[in-house]
Write a protein that binds this ligand. Sequence first.
Ligand code: 13P
Ligand code: SF4
Length: 321
Amino acid sequence: MEVDNMKQSDEQLRQEILRLKKERNAVIMAHYYQQGEIQDLADYIGDSLALARIAETVKEPVIVLCGVHFMGETAKILCPEKTVLVPDVNAGCSLADSCEATAFKRFIDEHPGHTVISYVNTTAAVKALTDVVVTSGNARQIVESFPADEKIIFGPDRNLGAYINSITGREMVLWDGACHVHEQFSTEKIAELMKQYPEAEVLVHPECKGPVRLLADVIGSTAVLLKHAVESPCRQFIVATESGILHQMKKSCPDKEFIPAPAVDSTCGCNDCNFMKLNTLEKLRNCLRDMSPAIEVSPELAERARRPIERMLEISRRLSI
Ligand code: 13P
Ligand code: SF4
């Protein structure tokens, strides 16, 4: 009975969200790490690159970005005239937090003559110090679009940076930041799973540490990993990224098996991003009802942060990524 009531109230919430979305002329976008019930309600689901691209093109005056703060901020920077809502304004990102703008500026000043490439998981203030932004979906190609002898600073993710250095032969200077979720995966436990599921392919996000990446059959952004799971003839996959992606993987391939890679401490639920999971159906309903919390970026900061994001989108279009 209690479960029935719970289901009914979730269903009521969903109906309310759909009604408010129509009233507000809003579009709901969700990252693959969101809870399944939010992904199922979204008009668009994607990786960070897709969400930035969609934000740039949607016609609706209100965007609800179900993801973390930097994703909402990126949408606001690209569409300053739109209202960009986030269900929980406290949904931050440990990787973005690992790169404070004043310290990053000092780092840039210590490396004169370097081009600054920043991962999209950064604050607007860090983007404003950047020449070109990248996501895990286009980092390799954007780095390779620069001459081989270009001196480059890459921030903030040391793991993604080291991975791009290893596959491009570049020697980018890396900022020493990381994501607390992706750093937690255990090579030993993944190796045990590989013995248990010898046919399984290992799918790894490039924010994982080097030893975990060495176990991978495929390394890529959430969208790349999902696409591979759909297209591969393989039936089983060990997945080393945030657990939310399993929802779309299972939905897209109901006859395949997806095994989440364990963290070093398997009791901690560390392959859940606590920031991503702050968003709930209730908060999604509330933000549409109250038109708050809305992301604000000062016009001056937005102007400086927009250039490197637009440069990323232009290069991506040119390279057909
Ligand atoms: P993607 O760009 O692969 O969607 O990843 C975003 C992110 O936050 C990874 O932790
Ligand atoms: Fe940030 Fe890591 Fe969460 Fe992605 S998974 S949003 S990088 S804290």
